[in-house]
Design a protein around this ligand. Structure first.
Ligand SMILES: Nc1ncnc2c1ncn2[C@@H]1O[C@H](COP(=O)(O)OP(=O)(O)OP(=O)(O)O)[C@@H](O)[C@H]1O
Length: 268
């Protein structure tokens, strides 16, 4: 079920000067890749380009051995699912109904009823996100974390091997952030799904990903394992901040502690 996608030589922009250039990125099948970088560095634009929601000014993207632009829309929707930042909540729609939308790419144009395969996929998505108990609840009556899980469940019901998530933890408290990221981890570990996820919290990115890519100043300034990428030098280059990078005592994963306060003025 794992799907491979790679981008090479991408130039990304919105009409004016390019936002990012010379972008090479390959997502390893069945692994979680975290995209991190300063505000406005082009992370969402890159993710949207991978989902074919943004057309690069130059470069190529290859999905599962074929140029991305050769896919028909329905065919593409069976290969990858994309979850945008803060999706709008449709009024009155229940969790079950939202998740069922994820099946549309698999249903024939004239399909009026859900097939056994649809039911099985919806049930699997509700299971994976532990949402069965909330299936009949309208989305607008859920907590932020539950709602975020419902959107992820919709993307899962699409049954794609590639999941692109743009800041799925925004607005969630720390417990729900962990819950969503653990789910992302399980999707890769237990279901072999290839995941790219834009995250702002660097320690979470390091803890939950297999690989990290740092976008800054219009380039990818570092890629590799969290241990390779989470260095004081890279964080200084990318974000212009001072940090102390240590290892999580439980897992050995690199973790950064920013220098929060301004340095005390030198004594005269
Ligand atoms: N639709 C658009 N039209 C014009 N410019 C855009 C558009 N979308 C994004 N941009 C610009 O492109 C640049 C990159 O934006 P993008 O959203 O990809 O960055 P990002 O790294 O995801 O940022 P953030 O961390 O703030 O979400 C920014 O300067 C932004 O203002």
């Amino acid at each position: 079920m794992s799907i491979e996608i790679s981008a090479s030589g991408l130039t990304l922009g919105h009409g004016g000067a390019p936002v990012a250039e010379d972008i090479d990125l390959a997502l390893t099948p069945g692994e979680v890749t975290a995209l991190v970088g300063p505000n406005g560095s082009g992370k969402s634009t890159l993710l949207r380009a991978l989902a074919r929601l943004h057309t690069p000014q130059a470069g190529a993207i290859v999905l599962d051995g074929r140029a991305l632009e050769t896919y028909r829309p329905r065919e593409l929707a069976r290969k990858l699912s994309f979850l945008t930042q803060s999706p709008l909540i449709p009024a009155g729609v229940t969790v079950q109904e939202l998740v069922a939308y994820g099946r549309h790419p698999h249903q024939g144009v004239l399909a009026r009823s859900t097939s056994d395969e649809d039911r099985e996929a919806i049930s699997w998505a509700l299971d994976a996100t532990t949402l069965h108990a909330l299936a009949d609840r309208p989305l607008d009556q859920l907590s932020g974390g539950e709602r975020q899980r419902a959107w992820i469940a919709m993307a899962l019901a699409q049954r794609t091997g590639l999941l692109l998530l743009d800041e799925p933890t925004t607005f969630l408290d720390i417990r729900y952030q962990i819950e969503v990221l653990r789910l992302v981890r399980r999707l890769a570990d237990e279901h072999g799904i290839t995941v790219a996820v834009v995250l702002h919290e660097l320690n979470q990115a390091a803890a939950f990903s297999d690989a990290m890519a740092v976008l800054a100043g219009g380039r990818i300034v570092a890629t590799g394992t969290p241990a390779e990428v989470m260095t004081e030098d890279t964080l200084r280059t990318a974000f212009g901040i001072e940090t102390t990078v240590t290892k999580d005592p439980h897992t050995g994963v690199p973790t950064c502690l920013p220098t929060w306060r301004e340095p005390a003025p030198a004594a005269s």
